[in-house]
Each structure stands twice: as C-alpha cells, then as structure tokens.
Design a protein around this ligand. Sequence first.
Ligand code: GLA
Length: 388
Amino acid sequence: MLFIIAVAILISFNSIYSLDNGLGKTPQMGWNSWNHFGCSINETIIRATADAFIATGLAQAGYNYINVDDCWASSRDQTTNYIIPDPIGFPSGMASLADYVHSRGLSFGLYSDAGIKTCAGRPGSYGFEDIDAQIYAQWKVDYLKYDNCYAGPTNKTIKERYERMRDALNRTGRPIFYSACEWGEMLPAIWFRAIANSWRTTTDISDRWISMLLNIDINDLFANFAAPHGFNDPDMLEVGNGGMTSTEYRTHMSLWSIAKAPLLIGCDVRQLSQETLEILRNSEVIAVNQDSLGIQGQKIRIDLEHDTEIWAGPLTDGSKAVLAFNRAHIINQTISVLFPDLGWKSTSRVKVRDLWLHKDLGEFQGNYTAFNIESHGAQMLKMTLITL
Ligand code: GLA
C-alpha cells in the first residue's frame, strides 16, 4: 500500500515538474542517422534525406526532425575550444546544413555526449557544455541527443552531467529539444522529467525481432511515467532496414505508436520501398502516437498459453487505442479483447475500427474478437464506446 502511494506521489510530482522548454508535447517524430548509417554519415546524405522527407510525404505525415547522430564532430579548436565538424563528411559546416534542412520546412538535430568522448570516440561535451550549447544555438540547431559514454573520467553523477547541458541549452534562449540517452541504466523514467524531453529506457535496438521486443517490454515497465513534454524512448525505429519481415515491422510501428515512443525513422529514406513507406506513413496509426492526451498505452493482458497480448491506452476523444498482438510463431491466431479490460462494462456496445486498414469493422457487445492474426502480426484498433 505504502509503495503504491509512493509511486502515485512520484507520478504526480513527475508530471508537474516538466522540463520547461515548451517542446515535446507529443513524442518527437523525425529521422536519425545511426541505425542505418552508423559513422558513415555526411552532409550529402543529410541533404538528400531532407529532400526525401518532402518527396515521399513523410514530412506531411508529421515527421519533422532530421537528426545527425555520432561522428559529425572531429575535434576541438585548441584555442577557442569550439567544436569542429568533420571536414571530410561536413565540409560546408553545420550552420549551412541546418539552413538547408530549415529551408525544407524541417528541423535539425545533433548529437553529443555527457562524457569526455562520444561513444564513437569523438569529442564529448563534458566541461564544454556552454560553449557547445552556444554554438548549437548559433547554428540554429533544434534538437540535441545527449549520450553517456566515457563519463567515468568526469567523476560526476549522471544527474549533474545531464543538468549541466540542460542548463546550458536553456541559457541559449533557443528552444532545443533535449533527448537523453543513458540507456535506462539509472531508471531515468522515474526522475528525468525535470531534465529532458525524452529519455532512453533501454540499450541500443538492433534490427531483429527479439531486440525490438526486448526494448518495448522494458519500456512498458515505465509506462506510468510518460506524459506530455517527457516521454519514454525505447530507441529508434528499425522499420525498412531489412532485418525483420513486413509483418514484424508493422508490429514494431504499432507498438511504438501505442506506447507513445518517439517515431524516429532509422532507415535510408532515399530509397524506400512502397511497403516501408506505407508502414511509416499510416495516418491513423501516427494519430495514436501523436494524440494530445500523451498517455502511454500498456500491455494489459497476456495469454501465456497462446503467446498473445493485448495492449491498450486512452485517447483524447475518450476512445481507446488497442493492439491485438500475436507474439507467437503459431500462425493465424484468434485474439479476443474483453471490454471490461478497457474499463467498460461487459454489456457495453463498442464501435471498432481497424487503423492500418482505415476500415470500420462494426459494433460489438461485450468483446471484440480478431481472427486470423498472423504470427508476429497485430491488429491495431480504435474502440469507441457507444452505450455503456
Ligand atoms: C550509443 C547510443 C546510440 C548511438 C551510438 C553512437 O550507443 O545509444 O543510439 O547514438 O551511441 O555512437
């Protein structure tokens, strides 16, 4: 009982004291270079990515940030301490790249680290927070992903190191989305709301079914701590990178959307298949992620015998987003959603819509049964109460 009260107090405390930069009312949407390109990144790719955002309609679908991850920086000027972009990959410099991205109506993000080096061994920001934040603002950077490698030599706590950059960003006067990436090690979901706009809850995702599931399962443990201006981040999307089937990628997108996870595309958007594009661009699935209530959907029922799950979460208009998920290798399973699990009566009449198909499935009383859900597949639904 005491534990429940303590958690309730923490949650309410948590939602009052959000990072006050006005950003991240809904989970961030955009693209990040790391999952597909790693260190092999340059300004030509970034410019072409911004172009592709427009040409493919991703921008129109709501994807906005174009974020350069690790390896854009090469060294620090010995006299001024200014960070120097890699002259081979980014010869035109970051200000001109940011201008280009802005000229496309998009926002521009960079990456740094709260230690002495980034994870790939480039200069970190520890001890240079103000000088780095000032130059980001000068370049018109809109987003900073802040990693946690090589922190040992600083001998400082995570709290101190992440707050130092938060304060430095605030001092610039430019609103810069602050994405904390310390891999969930110090349970940031519980206490990072006053520090960052989002926080990683897990280690790095890889382009495999098991990795994707592991990350969303861990992320789910912290569901109650997500709210507007501070969201849990189970890492970037792998949709389109080739390591999972289309069914699995659709499930990946469904889980990230219902869990209010950042939708940061991690594939090469210059060459998207039609299938990948349709997964990334589905307006009704994205609408669940971007719903202004900002409450993270959670796993609400598991059937261990069949290895199926129901995930659900409330939406602003009073309806529920629901996922009927066949996690098993078993093909074509039947999954029932019981309306009392959603907080409604067993006699309730409910309208059900398939969000992937943009199709009303009818009205149901007491429960809704999804048939033939393929292995690793999920039906993503919107359920609206008609009569209680
Ligand atoms: C860490 C982060 C990744 C990526 C790499 C870059 O592993 O968790 O998301 O930013 O560093 O080196």
